[in-house]
Design a protein around this ligand. Sequence first.
Ligand code: ARG
Length: 463
Amino acid sequence: MKLWGGRFTKKTSELVDEFNASINFDSRLYKHDIRGSIAHARMLARQGIITPEEAAEIERGLIGIEEDLDAGRLQFSLTAEDVHMNIETFLIERIGETGKKLHTARSRNDQVALDIRLYLRSEIYTIKVLLFELMSTLKVLAEEHVETIMPGYTHLQKAQPVTLAHHLLAYLEMLRRDWERLNDVERRTDFMPLGSGALAGSGLPIDRDYVREELGFGHLTRNSLDGVGDRDFVLEFMSFSAILMMHLSRLSEEIILWASDEFGFIELDDAFSTGSSIMPQKKNPDVAELVRGKTGRVYGNLMSLLTTMKGLPLAYNKDMQEDKEPLFDTVDTVKNCLAIYSPMLQSTRFNVERMYRAAARGFTNATDLADYLVKKGLPFREAHSISGKIVNWCLEKGKTLEEVTLPEFRAFTPVIDDTVYAEIDLKACVEKRNLFGGPAPSAVRKALDEATEFLGTIDPAKR
Ligand code: ARG
C-alpha cells in the first residue's frame, strides 16, 4: 500500500512505479532527510501537536534507520518511490502508529526543497575546501616563479614577456571570483523552506523559526509557493560550476599545450600522466584533457535544469524531480576535478630555461623597442613602424633584437644609441612593468602579499 494510496482503488502500474521513482538517485539525500525530519518532529512536540514521548520515539526510530542505512543493512525499495517515502515507510514499519505522525504539517514538496538545500550547503563546504587548496597551490607555485620569464601570448602568438608567477596569478584571480560566486550561492541557499507545506503552508500551529534554528539556517523562505517552487539556488550553483569549469578548462588547455614537445614548458609527473597502448614514447596529459572534457557535461547540466524549469507554473511540478541528477553530477564532477588539480600542479616540473628561450625568440620586446623610440622623442605611430621594420629585417637575417648591432640599428633611425640594449633586455622589459597589476617581480611580490592575506582570511579550516 502506498503512503498516498487512500483515494486510489487500483494498484499503480509497475511501469509507473519505475518511471516515477527517484530513489535510485535521491537516496543520496537520506542523511539530510533524516536530519530535517528530526528537527520537524521536535518542533511538532514543542508545539503540542504530538507528545514529547512520540517525538522521542520518532527520533530514535530515525537514528536507527540512519545507522542501518550507513551500515548497508537496509535496502531502499522502488515502490516507495523516493527517499522521503522510503524513510517514512521504514519508520512506520519500525515504530508503528507513532511513525504515521511524522508527516503532520509537512509535504514532500517542502521536504525535498529542504533536503536539497541541506545537501548543497554541505557540498559547498567541501568544494570550498578544495577550491581553497587549489588557490593556495597556485599561490605557492607563483611564489617560486616570480623571476621566471616566459612569453605572454595574444592570439596564441608571442606578444610580450611576462613571468610565470604573473600568469599563474591570473588564474588565481579567476578562482577568487569563482570563490565570490560560490559565497553568493551559499548565501542564497541559506533559506529554510519547511513549513511551506505542499504549496500553501499549514493551518496547524507550527513554528518555522524553531526548525530554522535547529537546522542552522540564517533565514526562512518568505513565500510558501516560492519555497517549494524555486530551484534557482541550484541553478546558481550550476552556473558557478560552469564558470569554474571554464576556468579550469582554459588552464587545462595551457597545460596540454605546455606539455607538448613544441612548447616544452612543463613536464607532468609520471603519477599524473598516462601512456599509450601502442606508442611507447607517449606521455599524455589525460587529467587536464578530462577536466577540459568534463566542462561540457557541467555546461549541459546547467542547460538541462534551466530548460526543465522554464515554463513551469507555480508551485511544485514533478518535472522538478529532474533537478537532482544534473545537480549531483555537477557536484561530483566539480569535486573530482578540483581534487586532482592541486596535486597535479604541485608535481609538475616547469622548464624555466625553455620558457626564457621561448620569450627571447619571437620579438616579445618589440613593443619595448618602440617605447624606447618614444622616449627618444618619436611619435608612437612612427616608433611602431620603425620597430616593425627592424623586426622584419631581423626575420630576414635570423637575428633577435638584442643581436642587432648599433650601426645596424642606426641605419633605421639615428635616434638609437647604445642605451637601447638595456631597454630591450627581457628582464628589464618585465621589470619596468611595475605598475599595479603588472608582471614585474616587484609588482607580483605585492600581489602575492595581498593574495596571502586574502587566503588567510578565507581559510575554511579556520572557520
Ligand atoms: N521525489 C520528489 C522530487 O524529487 C519529491 C517531491 C514529490 N512530491 C510530490 N508531491 N510528488 O521532486
